[in-house]
Ligand binder design. Structure first.
Ligand code: AHR
Length: 331
């Protein structure tokens, strides 16, 4: 059975549900074959995630030749596994998923492989016991993002003549066992080994959300206010930590206050950067839909695809950011 959905059937369904106007000639799409994509999104925990979802939905539109089945797993790996199993039963052409954590995918990916459905992993990577369990990965190099942040902090502290001062660091981590958390945490750990004066005085999970980071930062501030750096694993967490610190009377500022380091470089994060409250936000690019589209189009043409690709990413700091940079951000 051909797996692509006949556009005429989709058109008829849309007309029945009132989504397509009767004036629009069905012939517009009747000869097309839509590619059926099942996308399992991990959740909606951050601005980054929302931008990623919107970008995937915009990419896998009918206009672009797709029918998208979207599933939000609400931060549960078991929901992602269920969604992928449902996609297999629906006999989709491609399975795309942004995994919550790195491990625990082998069995479901074997099911997809047995069904002959190519799997494209996006955003975070996975540990697969066999290369053939997924066709391609496109996402961020989280370890490198962390290394950029740590190198920037080292150079700032050096410029400030603080290489021999004790530097107390609070570390708010993202979702545990996600590759975004693993890579960014590993880079900080390496920085601590390299710099004998750096001390992680508190390390807690903020789950990549503003609300959780606010809560954990409030609890940390009950214990100590002797903090030089707060290393947050995304912008949402940085915003929550800043809310808590300001409420407690601390100033967040790279020159004469707490240095807040963050990741994602969303528009909101960058506004905080321009205001001097976030010292550095390392970009994590959520606009991954077009890359996945490119992979699918190549596979449709029977071409070889790059197995693993990292998206190019930059960084923004409070000393060099401008309003113009923020205005040009698409998310
Ligand atoms: O996996 C990407 C990370 O997940 C982003 O940094 C974070 O904001 C998100 O929720």
């Amino acid at each position: 059975m051909k797996k692509s959905v006949c556009a005429a059937a989709v058109c008829a369904m849309l007309m029945l549900s009132g989504c397509l106007s009767a004036e629009k000639p069905a012939s517009d799409v009747s000869e097309e074959n839509l590619i059926l994509v099942g996308f399992s999104q991990v959740g909606a925990e951050s601005e980054w995630r929302v931008a990623n979802t919107e970008n995937m939905k915009a990419t896998f539109s009918e206009k672009n030749g797709y029918e998208l089945i979207f599933n939000d797993a609400q931060q549960k790996q078991e929901n992602q596994i269920k969604a992928i199993r449902t996609f297999i039963q629906q006999d989709v052409d491609y399975i795309v998923f942004s995994p919550k954590v790195e491990t625990g995918w082998n069995s479901i990916l074997k099911e997809a492989k047995d069904a002959g459905i190519p799997v494209i992993v996006t955003d975070r990577y996975i540990e697969a016991e066999d290369e053939g369990l997924y066709t391609a990965y496109i996402g961020s190099n989280f370890r490198q993002e962390g290394e950029k942040a740590v190198a920037w902090l080292e150079s700032l502290l050096q410029k400030q003549g603080r290489t021999n001062d004790t530097i107390n660091i609070v570390h708010i981590q993202g979702t545990m066992e996600s590759s975004a958390q693993i890579g960014r945490t590993a880079a900080l750990d390496e920085g601590v080994v390299r710099n004998a004066n750096w001390h992680i005085i508190e390390r807690q999970c903020g789950d990549f959300t503003r609300a959780k980071a606010l809560e954990v930062m409030e609890a940390i501030l009950e214990k100590t206010k002797d903090i030089d750096v707060v290393y947050c694993e995304n912008d949402g967490e940085a915003l929550g930590a800043i809310d808590a610190m300001e409420k407690a009377g601390l100033k967040c500022n790279a020159e004469d206050g707490v240095i807040v380091i963050s990741f994602d470089a969303t528009r909101l994060g960058l506004e905080y950067c321009l205001a001097g409250k976030i010292a550095l936000s390392v970009e994590c690019n959520p606009l991954q839909g077009p890359y996945v589209h490119d992979i699918i189009q190549k596979l449709e043409r029977g071409e070889k695809v790059e197995r693993e690709k990292y998206i190019d990413e930059t960084q923004f700091d409070c000393f060099t950011i401008t309003q113009k940079m923020i205005d040009s951000r698409p998310y």
